[in-house]
Design a protein around this ligand. Sequence first.
Ligand code: AR6
Length: 170
Amino acid sequence: MEITLILGDITEQDVDAVVNAANSSLLGGGGVDGAIHRRGGPEILDECRKLRAAQYGGGLPVGQAVATTAGRLPARWVIHTVGPVYSSSEDRSDRLASCYRESLRVADQLGVTSIAFPAVSAGIYGWPMRDAARIAVETVRATSTQVTDARFVLFTDDAYAAFQETLAPR
Ligand code: AR6
């Protein structure tokens, strides 16, 4: 698998699947989630509502992932995952790693070969960027998958630098 870093907006990525840093409600929010629903249009939210009415009545648990179509986005699928809120008193790294593993598992089920990830939990959920980058890169690297093109799409120079430091330390 080739892992690349992109400074930019995840909603513009021309890949099979983009990963959404969602919350358990699956009904939208700010950050990446807000951008995906805004640009992708109402079709995504309609599918999320159906998922809530069916197998995810209690919401999507932290660390899990589920797919919808991508509405008007260039991507074909959105894989929604729920990162953990950062805690300095409890180590929730396993749940953050699980977001990447589970997203890749869903990607494999869909036959996806290219995927774009945001820095899950590193925005509103407060995870320190360097640590979020380390967990993201290590987990994606260590996961066995059919995906051949994995991109981390970073929104700020600081996020890009943190991922670059983990991916190719100097
Ligand atoms: N493209 C790429 N990265 C982005 C974009 C974008 N369009 N917009 C923001 N980022 P966040 P979280 C970066 O807050 O921490 C929502 O309300 C951002 O700078 O989107 O997992 C959900 O509904 C940061 O580095 O996700 C949840 O309630 C990273 O993406 C909650 O936020 C992740 O930031 C999830 O919080």
